[in-house]
Design a protein around this ligand. Structure first.
Ligand SMILES: Cc1ncc(C[n+]2csc(CCOP(=O)(O)OP(=O)(O)O)c2C)c(N)n1
Ligand SMILES: [Mg+2]
Length: 669
């Protein structure tokens, strides 16, 4: 067996033992050993393989798969600029703690820096965006390599998954740079058929060697240990969630090394990984005495939302949850909190919290940040104090929940405690006036916003966000694009169960949206989840056009891409740039006139144009990957959002007169 094949076979086998169910490959020659091995393991049913032409799309596909499945997914490419094209997905995976295993093929060291074709400096290519980088080194036929590769694969897996408890910290991307020397294909491939096992050529010495090497490869793929029975790891989940056991796992036999390979390639017996890790983040929960004026705020991310919701409900605290937090559920969740925070200074001054518990990354509402700051600044005297310093209440305690050590979200820099969990003591277990007051304000804002939305006969972006999330079936997944789609959901999505909302909010890029949504949909459905949908703007849709083009053999999700086409970047009309008519349209608005229908057609995808509200439920029905376009205009969207703010301000003015309780309402700061 040649060294490149030995490394690829062993690495793939060990990752499958660790639990890898999906692998993404982009085409190239230097990565051939891994691509061919993953193809073979996929044929055996040990892993699901996805192939994409564009590495940026491939990276985001892996990101979506890993995010929805919460397990590492590997993504493989050749050397050169191909590896650089993974960078956006690596950054997003870093920022949003998604376990991604980036396997870049490279030229061996003797070809680097020589002007050799397609050789660039790939060492630490992704800088500090990865939890761990390893230059694996060119494989050589020496004793000890197998333990090295197998333990390396486990370490990469554990660091990506965030389970090592080590310096890597929480889940995130890991980069292995793999130097492959020629030959890049298995011996049998040069003279015979891959799966023939050399039988047809067994008479020649060379063919005999190749035949034995083929035998060694097959036995590794079969998960055979040197001493024990075959393990249970070589199974994969198919597109509909059924587990398939690899055919080779049914037999056991001792492993023979190939003729030129000095040691057995097999892993541990029983199909076990070389190394397993235990979680070490076992810090005790914080004991928190109950207080009436508490708020729970949830941003994007994979928090323990059941625990957060339970806490809020037992304490009688409102939940202000972004759509992709997973916590916008239950009776305490607000649906129009941004309007409440923004539209009534009187309400806010009367409703300052004494404790805020936050989880996840806040990124959608500037007002949220202001809320943290104003609550935390209360009672902090300027140096030397002064007669006007408000000292009636101490600053609010801001407790940040972090599932892993070493990383937490606190952009307002107001955290007073960072803890894994909170145990509340002394909660009265009944609804409080505080909660009722927040809920009343939320209902008032919601009603005012709904009246404005319903009065508009034409298609509008905010109403689409509201009606889409209300219409989606139980068990559905919704991928929300950056820019206005996720913000419109934040303003208008009613709390509900049975809908999983995911988004790339780590770096909030508009790139890779379609591919990430496809990946998330595939993982969601492999785990038995329902249909998937994505809400994205026209620029996000165009940005990842290559993500629409799936080869005939590729796994396809049941995913409806709902494209809101306002012919450009609508969000900029809401920002300060809009006040500069000279450069605005060309530099920020970026109209393009592209045909969404034509692009869908070029990719062979079914297309529906949504013309009116009554047609929305019907437009969402369908199977497979498909596109629904809703055309809107940026001007109308901007005017509508201004009307929504105005209506909520008026509604909040009416409601604000009622402080929650005489006791708490009398002491604002
Ligand atoms: C990769 C990347 N490039 C640029 C941006 C800056 N950006 C933020 S929103 C936006 C416009 C998005 O337009 P569209 O997807 O049509 O959504 P709309 O705002 O119209 O709802 C741009 C260019 C970004 N976030 N990510
Ligand atoms: Mg747009």
């Amino acid at each position: 067996m040649n060294p490149s094949t030995a490394l690829a076979v062993t690495l793939a086998d060990e990752l499958i033992r660790c639990g890898m169910t999906d692998a993404v490959v982009a085409p190239g020659s230097r990565s051939a050993p891994l691509a061919m091995e993953l193809f073979t393991r996929a044929q055996q049913g040990d892993v699901r393989l996805h192939v994409r032409i564009d590495e940026r799309s491939a990276g985001y596909l892996a990101l979506g798969l890993a995010k929805a499945s919460r397990r590492p997914v590997c993504v493989v490419c050749t050397s050169g600029t191909a590896a650089a094209s993974f960078h956006p997905a690596v950054i997003e995976a870093d920022e949003s703690c998604v376990p991604l295993l980036v396997l870049t093929a490279d030229r061996p060291p003797e070809l680097r820096g020589t002007g050799a074709n397609q050789a660039i400096d790939q060492i630490k290519l992704y800088g500090s965006a990865v939890r761990w980088f390893c230059e694996v080194g060119a494989p050589e036929a020496q004793p000890g390599m197998v333990g090295y590769w197998r333990s390396l694969a486990c370490r990469a897996w554990g660091v990506a998954a965030g389970t090592t408890g080590g310096p890597g910290g929480p889940a995130g991307p890991v980069h292995l740079n793999l130097a492959f020397r020629d030959p890049l294909v298995p011996e049998r491939q040069t003279g015979g058929q891959e799966e023939a096992g050399g039988q047809g050529e067994a008479d020649s010495p060379a063919a005999g060697q190749a035949g034995q090497a083929g035998q060694a490869i097959r036995e590794v793929r079969a998960g055979r240990g040197e001493t024990g029975p075959v393990g249970g790891r070589n199974k994969a989940v198919d597109g509909r969630g059924a587990e398939r056991v690899g055919r080779a796992s049914l037999k056991a036999a001792p492993l023979k090394a190939g003729p030129r390979w000095p040691e057995a390639l097999a892993g541990r017996s029983g199909g076990a990984p070389w190394t397993t890790f235990g979680r070490t983040w076992t810090a005790a929960p914080l004991e928190l005495p109950w207080t009436e004026r508490g708020l729970v705020i949830c941003g994007d991310g994979d928090s323990d939302t059941d625990a957060v919701r339970e806490l809020a409900e037992s304490a009688g605290w409102p939940i202000l949850a972004e759509p992709s937090s997973g916590a916008r559920r239950g009776p305490n969740a607000l649906s129009a909190y941004d309007y409440v925070l923004g539209c009534s200074p009187v309400f806010m001054s009367e409703h300052r919290p004494d404790v805020i518990i936050s989880a996840g990354r806040p990124g959608l509402s500037r007002l949220q940040t202001m809320l943290y700051r104003s609550a935390a600044a209360r009672g902090l005297a300027p140096r030397g104090g002064g007669p006007d310093t408000p000292r009636t209440r101490p600053p609010a305690r801001h407790i940040v929940l972090s599932r892993q050590p070493g990383r937490w979200d606190d952009p307002s820099r107001t955290a007073s405690d960072v803890v894994p969990a909170v145990r509340l003591t002394g909660a009265p277990g009944r609804a409080s006036a505080w909660l009722e007051s927040w809920l009343r304000a939320d209902v008032a804002a919601r009603r005012a916003a709904d009246e404005v939305l319903d009065a508009e006969p034409g298609l509008t972006e905010p109403r689409l966000a509201r009606d889409l999330t209300a219409a989606l079936p139980q068990g559905a997944l919704l991928w929300a694009a950056s820019s206005l789609p996720i913000r419109d959901l934040d303003h208008h999505m009613a709390p509900r169960d049975g809908l999983r909302v995911l988004a790339s909010r780590g770096a909030s890029g508009i790139d890779g949206t379609t591919s990430a949504a496809i990946g998330a949909a595939l993982a969601h459905q492999a785990a038995g989840g329902g249909p998937a949908f994505a809400l994205l703007g026209d620029l996000a849709f165009l940005h990842d056009a290559p993500g629409l083009f799936l080869g005939p053999g590729e796994p396809r999700p049941d995913l409806c891409l709902v494209v809101v086409n306002n012919d450009g970047g609508g969000i900029f009309s809401l920002l300060e740039q809009a006040a500069f008519p000279g450069p605005f349209e060309r530099v920020f608005g970026t109209p393009h006139g592209a045909g969404v229908a034509q692009l869908a057609g070029a990719a062979g995808l079914p297309y529906t144009r949504l013309e009116k509200w009554d047609d929305l439920p019907g437009a969402l029905v369908g199977h497979g990957l498909r596109v629904v376009e809703a055309r809107t205009t940026r001007e109308a969207g901007t005017a509508l959002r201004a009307r929504l703010q105005e209506a909520c301000r008026a509604a909040a003015g009416l409601e604000a007169a009622t402080p929650p309780t005489a006791r708490s309402g009398s002491t604002s700061s």
